[in-house]
Design a protein around this ligand. Structure first.
Ligand code: NDP
Length: 446
């Protein structure tokens, strides 16, 4: 790492003790942007990097609610408004027991550069809670969401901060959150949250956008190397929102997805994942993955407690959570013939894993570029809400595809410009950083 950046990084470690995921996300960006400082001394003079590593605002709050037995439960809520240079803070809410400030800050930090890469006017933020929706009734989830929004509402707004979904926050939760916001404020302010249902201000393709976008991105990486998804053997981790629509688009593009997972293990289905069955179990019944193998019969096996990356694949689409591909996993994948990786999840590959992929010449699409289709389509939802318009599925998907191809091309061009051809990690970090840095310079010391 560049000497000046190394001392900034040491300061980040000292000022944010114990937040290991945040440290990892900062380190990855700082390791890429050294060459930019050589070309732009004005960034260092204005301490742009020190400022970018410090959130503009961090909100932590108590979320009390009563479960179905009448017992009082207390969770912790977070919203980190990281950087508003490009537009209102924008980023999802995660409900998962592992959530703490360090996770929210890593996600918010990544979000700044991802949102910048989309080219759309959105700043970076993220939030969530250590609440676990798994095993909770709809009424419990509703009471939790209402209590969460009873505090959050005063911090958000269509021109201020616009949350959306993430792990554990899908259409059901967004509906309850928006309903409570509307009740408290007495405003039908559709642009305050994205990922809404189509019946009340949602946008076509938002549900599918992250997965579809990631598949488009990898399709572009493959094309840049003169190949395609056609007939390729693909594995996907997770079986939530991102995973399901990644599988759907890859199947449409001619790939064969043979495995996906959840936190209990993975299913291997050599004939290709049956999406209707997967959606029924995961989206309708909110069930576990072993049920997929039971109903699919002899075609599929469920492997409990094991890691999906042991299944040989040509293309891997990590779509579950952070740090799910270690250096050792990456080495196994490369040994099995993996030629491309598209990060649907945020930071799913450890730094050691990324190193293995890059050294082996694997086409590696980092999350802040490859999964930017979700937030880009959220910005399109805000655009439709502001103009009281709604676009067709075909038009919205076409816009998404254009945005993903544009992000892909800019990452490649920027990597070339800085003498690192084919390095999408450097391309994404540098291109995302430059736009935010220029906006921060223009806005003065605020
Ligand atoms: P969902 O909650 O819909 O699905 C998450 C999936 O990942 C589930 O199958 C879940 O299994 C699995 N999973 C989650 N945590 C773990 C864990 N600790 N260990 C093993 N498996 C785990 O979330 P999304 O699909 O929305 O999000 C997935 C990833 O994509 C996250 O990294 C998110 O930040 C990222 N992302 C999401 C976007 C979106 O639009 N939704 C946009 C951009 C990025 P189980 O049910 O068993 O917990």
């Amino acid at each position: 790492m560049h000497e000046k950046l190394s001392s900034i990084y040491d300061n980040v470690l000292r000022r944010n003790p114990g937040e290991t995921e945040f440290h990892q996300a900062v380190r990855e960006v700082l390791e890429s942007i050294g060459p930019v400082l050589g070309k732009h001394p004005e960034y260092a003079e204005s301490k742009i990097i020190e400022r970018i590593c410090e959130p503009e605002r961090q909100i932590i709050f108590r979320v009390p609610w009563a479960d179905d037995r009448g017992e009082v439960q207390i969770n912790r809520g977070f919203r980190v408004e990281f950087n508003g240079a490009l537009g209102p803070y924008k980023g999802g809410l995660r409900f998962h027991p592992s959530v703490y400030l360090g996770i929210v800050k890593f996600l918010g930090f990544e979000q700044i550069f991802k949102n910048s890469l989309t080219g759309l006017p959105i700043g970076g933020g993220k939030g969530g809670s250590d609440f676990d929706p798994k095993g909770r009734s709809d009424r419990e989830v509703m009471r939790f969401c209402q209590s969460f929004m009873t505090e959050l509402y005063r911090h958000i707004g269509e021109y201020t901060d616009v949350p959306a979904g993430d792990i554990g926050v899908g259409g059901r939760e967004i509906g309850y959150l928006f309903g409570q916001y509307k009740r408290i404020t007495n405003r039908y302010e559709s642009g305050v949250i994205t990922g809404k249902g189509l019946a009340y201000g949602g946008a076509q393709v938002r549900t599918e956008a992250t997965g579809y976008g990631c598949a488009f991105f990898v399709d572009e990486m493959l094309k840049a190397r003169g190949t395609s998804f056609d007939g390729r053997r693909v594995t996907v981790s997770g079986s939530g929102n991102v995973a399901v629509y990644t599988i759907e688009k890859i199947e449409q593009l001619g790939g064969r997805v043979v495995a996906c997972s959840d936190s209990s293990g993975y299913v291997l289905d050599e004939k290709g994942i049956d999406l209707d069955l997967l959606k029924q179990i995961k989206q309708v019944e909110r069930g576990r993955l072993n049920v997929y193998a039971e109903r699919r019969g002899h075609n599929a096996t469920f492997v409990a407690g094991r890691n999906v990356w042991e299944v040989p694949c040509e293309v891997a689409m990590p779509s579950a959570t952070q740090n799910e591909i270690t250096g050792r996993d990456a080495a196994v994948m490369v040994g099995n013939g993996c030629i491309a990786v598209g990060e649907g999840a945020n930071m799913p590959t450890t730094p050691e894993g990324i190193k293995v992929f890059l050294e082996a010449g694997v086409a590696f699409g980092p999350g802040k570029a490859a999964n930017a289709g979700g937030v880009a389509t959220s910005a399109l939802e805000m655009q439709q809400n502001a103009s009281r318009d709604s676009w067709t599925f075909e038009f919205s998907e076409h816009r998404l595809e254009e945005i993903m191809r544009d992000i892909h091309d800019r990452c490649l061009q920027t990597a070339d410009e800085y003498g690192m051809p084919g390095d999408y990690v450097a391309g994404a970090n540098i291109d995302g950083f430059r736009r935010v840095a220029d906006a921060m310079l223009a806005l003065g010391l605020i």
